[in-house]
Design a protein around this ligand. Sequence first.
Ligand code: ACO
Length: 354
Amino acid sequence: MRRATIIGWGAYTPPAVLSNADLETVIDTNDEWITTRSGIKERRISHVSNAEMATAASRRALAAAGVDASDIDLVVVATCTPDRALPSVAAYVQRQLGGLGATMDLNAACSGFVYALSVADGMIAAGTVNRALVIGAERLSSYLDLTDRTTAVLFGDGAGAVVVEATEGPEGLLASNLHSDGSLTEILTIRGGGTENVFDDAIPLTVAMEGREIFRHAVTRMGEGTTTAIETADLEIEDVDVLISHQANIRIIDATAKRLKVSPEKVYTNIHAYGNTSAASIPIALSEALDQGVIEPGNIVAMVAFGGGLTWGAAVLRWGERTTRLGDADHGLPDTDKTGLQLLRERAQGLGVQ
Ligand code: ACO
């Protein structure tokens, strides 16, 4: 059966770090609370656009795959923080990399990468696409309210990308499922910025969420989604070698793994370093797991995510023979001498948030 297999991977995590100690200087919070409640120690704040981060991650993914941008039939960027309403981030990625394949963005919030991977797989199975660049890229620092300690400590910026291509072999995406419960739209939202409130300055341009409600739904739904994907792939939970969950909160990840009875050593996490990077979190984690040798040839890898919508989705794949890069590429972006806190303040002020 024709399906998608990952042949290249890459990530871009901006250099400017925002630590818990930095946040202590601007909001009423502390390292102990953030660490025990979320697992986050620091996050990155971007000095470049979403599309530039997405392109940087893609350059590395293309080099790892040994594929030229002109051989890509589809660029899909999972994001809820596009640089502009129009055109898509994916179009800007193509502008920088070249090529004439289809470009589109997909917004399923933090579930976006699993959604995008599944969409690319479906198009590959249908025969309309042979190779796709699937990207998760987010600049959530643009939507943080430095006066709201319940959200400002959680999010960060970054991008991850994979190159997938058609295979008829045993490797590749074995199963995926995507869901959403539209009755829960209001528990995680950015109300401003869309056409609904375009002339209303009173509508905040910041993340608003009901943390405890999201937590509860996330653990249940991610457990269900993963179980279903594993069953659809005709596998048992014991067959999973590596579980890569959306990095939103270490307690959510631990609770999900416990519910699924996946042992902790099979769970890859990097939330301590990047916080919640929404749709970018799984491809960044996947890329790091591969570069650190965590994923071995033939491994069964499960990915699961949840996010605003409330969306959730899971994917199970069998890794192929190659777990090393064919090549690498410089990210091609300028450095910055600004701190994460400086950048965050500049963004917030520019948006009139604070
Ligand atoms: N520093 C110190 N204290 C804080 C902070 C902070 N940053 N934030 C909240 N508190 C206080 C609260 O005010 C509260 O105090 P009170 O008891 O005096 O009222 C206390 O800490 C406990 O607050 P809770 O909200 O009950 O804390 P909880 O244990 O639920 O943890 C958290 C909060 C981390 C937000 C958790 O609920 C969570 O991770 N939820 C999921 C959120 C999530 O994943 N969102 C992203 C979804 S992905 C996407 O689509 C973008």
